[in-house]
Ligand binder design. Structure first.
Ligand code: MN
Length: 268
């Protein structure tokens, strides 16, 4: 019988998933959004990136990748351009929390014990954490453990930051459809990037507080919050290697199963 090597849970059969659970495989749940990303990046950017991150380490750490959550919480004007763009299709916070809680709860019920939520969409933070708390509360006594990566990485090295932002770093809230996200997409999924349409943009005002209803001058017309034209495949490759390494280390540290990275390696 042919042995498939897929890590994508939805492409497997139930006996294959059962076999994976029995040998102690973990599961990643990528969480993103359906949200405008400027003139040049696809709406699924925030789904593609955490899914690629999960797939990047799935084989070596023996994880499956669950179907990603493709919708996210309301796009905020100062970190995602807001809700005023066609294509941005968002959930209320309670819907997102219920969705993530239900999916995590189902994964625990089936027997997965090593679980990691990988969120890319800034606005989903806290809601995915709350959902993970509630899912575990439903399964008191289970030995499931959930790593919640609300942000897909910590800080990047000084060298990478200089490469990415030679003119200075504006802050991660600006990094929407801009240098880093565009570079990562050029590296990972170049066929989805309309790079000749990329622009440098900025809102007229970007204060430290928010205002409702959303003031028009909080939102740049393109939906790109900073400088997308400074992106490159090379910047994407350098950044991606660092992000993957950080994520791998987090998963190995927290979800190694029997305790050490060695154990994870030998289990395969
Ligand atoms: Mn986003």
């Amino acid at each position: 019988m042919a042995q498939r090597r897929t890590r994508i849970l939805s492409e497997m059969t139930w006996p294959e998933v059962r076999e994976a659970i029995e040998r102690g495989a973990g599961v990643f749940l990528p969480v993103g959004s359906t949200e405008q990303h400027g003139y040049h990046l696809p709406l699924a950017t925030d789904v593609i990136l955490p899914t690629e991150l999960a797939l990047a380490v799935a084989d070596e750490l023996d994880f499956l990748v669950a179907p990603p959550v493709a919708y996210g919480y309301r796009s905020r004007p100062l970190s995602g351009g807001g809700q005023g763009f066609v294509g941005t299709t968002s959930l209320q916070a309670r819907t997102l929390m219920s969705l993530v809680e239900d999916v995590l709860s189902e994964l625990i019920r089936q027997g997965f014990e090593r679980i990691a939520v990988v969120n890319w969409h800034f606005e989903n933070q806290n809601f995915v954490y709350e959902a993970a708390c509630l899912a575990l509360e439903r399964h008191r006594g289970s030995s499931a453990r959930i790593l919640v990566a609300e942000h897909p990485f910590a800080e990047l090295s000084e060298a990478t930051m200089k490469t990415l932002f030679p003119e200075g770093f504006p802050g991660w809230d600006y990094e929407h459809a801009s240098i880093m996200e565009t570079s990562l997409m050029l590296h990972l999924r170049p066929e989805l990037v309309l790079f000749d349409r990329a622009v440098d943009d900025a809102s007229k005002r970007h204060p430290w507080y928010d205002v409702l209803p959303v003031p028009e001058d909080f939102v740049p017309a393109s939906g790109t919050l900073w400088k997308a034209t400074q992106a490159s495949e090379e910047k994407g490759r350098i950044t991606w290697e660092e992000i993957v390494a950080q994520f791998r280390e987090a998963v190995v540290t927290e979800l190694a199963g029997t305790g050490s990275p060695e154990a994870v390696r030998h289990e395969r």
